[in-house]
Design a protein around this ligand. Structure first.
Ligand SMILES: Cc1cc2nc3c(=O)[nH]c(=O)nc-3n(C[C@H](O)[C@H](O)[C@H](O)COP(=O)(O)O)c2cc1C
Length: 489
């Protein structure tokens, strides 16, 4: 079985396909938003976490058939994440894939006392597939690539799953994903939100009196580089590519841009090089955001003039169906968060923030004394910027299993006294339910079995599943061993 780490998007997709984890579709009509409708239906059919990636060979945009492939839900399914990190021997189920990947990354972090680092290397242009085609200045026309308009209410087509590189003499390099509205044949929007690192980079350059910022936008990079760009693993001043190399176990190969000194991954599908004017801004959006709502139009946002495009022959395009499917691998960030939170909550056993409901955090604890459920919840509310509903459960509840979480809420929890509301904390600006941007209320739900002195019942009955496991220890092993056989014809 071919597993990662992969050097390119294509290698990863080939591995998905050979492992039966890719749906290949001949053509779709995006003038009728067919790919978007498909993405919604896919998630409905398979569930958000398990829906596989899909590849569209040809797509109709503005009444013209454009060659793809265009890839959606690129990181769908826990076994896809396992493939990325080279976790093979995946076992019989998606949940085993997830657990193995989690444990693999946890050991990698603990063994190295933090995420390992390996700096990138630079290769010659002859060895860089992204230089197979080079188009400069007036010949630049980004409109001919199959970037999608995902929702009819979006401001237009978007480059929304690319990895963006900025370099600064004081701050170093930043690698991140920000959506870019396609505005003209040589102009795109640049939507780094306030407080994101690129925003800090551009502000610093402006402060120094610079007029423009050089930027490179790489669409279709290897999955681990993409993950580092889309996560908060690397802090301001750290290089995402060092971590990408360390986690891959081999350095990322980079190549220099044609019109500036920025380095981009040599195996990228399409690279846009350009300049952001620092003294001008333009309208951007609206755009269907990851929270499932149409983000408002922004009156003032950065934009980039595209000076060059380099691309592989027959380039592949990734589209992120934000608010519909998963947009980024999540296990790496989950492991990082878990290890961080565990330094404050030693009895923390597991933690999960479902990507489709970012405001919810589920956590399990090995409860040893009264008050620990609520104590853990308060620390998590403080530490986890995204979480506004924090559900703490006992360690026998699987925090990834929404059914088990609902069951714990319905059968183990009393809203009073085992809940606490926090009126105001720093919150996620994309949360449409908040009255004030960057602000939120939070609720801690302590769904661990409450002891008597916590307001719980005098006696908790035995849990039936635990009785089965204790009184018939061979049962689980027997069923696990036979699991695949039950489904054979
Ligand atoms: C597909 C995708 C699109 C994203 N779009 C944006 C965006 O438009 N603006 C933004 O500020 N963050 C966006 N993000 C989140 C950032 O990539 C993420 O917060 C990242 O850590 C930012 O990097 P930074 O910490 O170096 O600023 C997006 C993430 C993904 C996966």
């Amino acid at each position: 079985m071919k597993t990662g780490p992969f050097d390119s998007l294509r290698d990863y997709i080939h591995a998905l396909e050979s492992n039966d984890r890719l749906i290949r579709i001949k053509q779709m009509d995006q003038d009728k938003y067919e790919a978007t409708g498909f993405a919604y239906r896919l998630v409905k059919e398979y569930g958000y976490d398990l829906a596989p990636a899909f590849l569209i060979e040809k797509i109709k945009i503005n009444n013209q058939w454009l060659n793809g492939p265009i890839i959606g839900n690129l990181f769908g399914g826990w076994d896809a994440e396992a493939l990325i990190y080279g976790v093979n021997d995946l076992g019989a189920s998606q949940s085993i894939s997830r657990k193995k990947t989690f444990n693999h990354l946890k050991s990698l972090n603990l063994d190295n006392k933090g995420w390992p680092k390996l700096p990138p290397v630079t290769v010659d242009k002859e060895n860089a597939p992204c230089k197979e085609n080079i188009v400069i200045d007036k010949d630049v026309d980004i409109l001919k690539f199959p970037w999608l308009q995902t929702n009819p209410a979006d401001a237009g087509r978007y480059i929304n799953a690319a990895t963006i590189f900025i370099e600064d003499k004081e701050l170093g390099r930043n690698v991140a994903t920000y959506r870019c509205q396609v505005k003209a044949k040589n102009k795109i929007g640049f939507n780094a939100e306030i407080r994101q690192n690129a925003w800090s980079f551009l502000s610093k350059m402006k402060e120094r009196g610079e007029k423009t910022a050089a930027v490179a936008i790489a669409n279709g990079v290897d999955p681990i580089t993409f993950t580092l760009g889309a996560s908060k693993v690397a802090k301001l001043g750290e290089d995402e590519l060092d971590y990408a190399g360390g986690i891959r176990g081999k350095p990322v190969e980079m190549v220099q841009c044609e019109t500036n000194n920025i380095l981009v991954p040599a195996h990228s599908e399409i690279v846009l090089e350009g300049e952001i004017p620092l003294d001008k801004m333009e309208e951007e959006g609206p755009y269907g955001e990851m929270y499932g709502f149409m983000g408002l139009k922004k009156n003032e946002n950065f934009f980039m003039e595209v000076k060059a495009i380099t691309y592989r022959d027959d380039p592949w395009v990734v589209n992120s169906f934000a608010g519909v499917t998963k947009i980024s691998p999540s296990i790496l960030q989950t492991v990082g968060n878990f290890l961080n939170y565990k330094t404050f909550i030693p009895y923390l056993m597991d933690v999960y923030r479902p990507a489709e409901s970012t405001g919810v955090l589920t956590a399990s604890i090995k409860k040893e004394k009264s008050g620990q459920g609520m104590e853990a919840g308060k620390i998590l509310a403080e530490k986890d910027f995204f979480a506004k509903v924090i559900i703490v459960v006992d360690e026998d509840v699987d925090v990834y299993d929404k059914g088990e979480i609902f069951q714990a809420l319905g059968t183990r929890w009393q809203p009073y006294p085992a809940a606490e509301v926090i009126e105001k904390m720093r919150g996620m600006p994309l949360d449409a339910s908040a009255a004030e941007r960057f602000s939120t209320s939070k609720i801690i739900i302590d769904a661990t079995r409450q002891y008597k002195d916590e307001g719980g019942p005098p006696i908790w009955p035995d849990i039936s599943k635990v009785m089965l496991e204790e009184m018939s220890p061979e049962t689980t092993k027997l069923v696990d061993e036979n699991w695949l056989k039950y489904f054979e014809d």
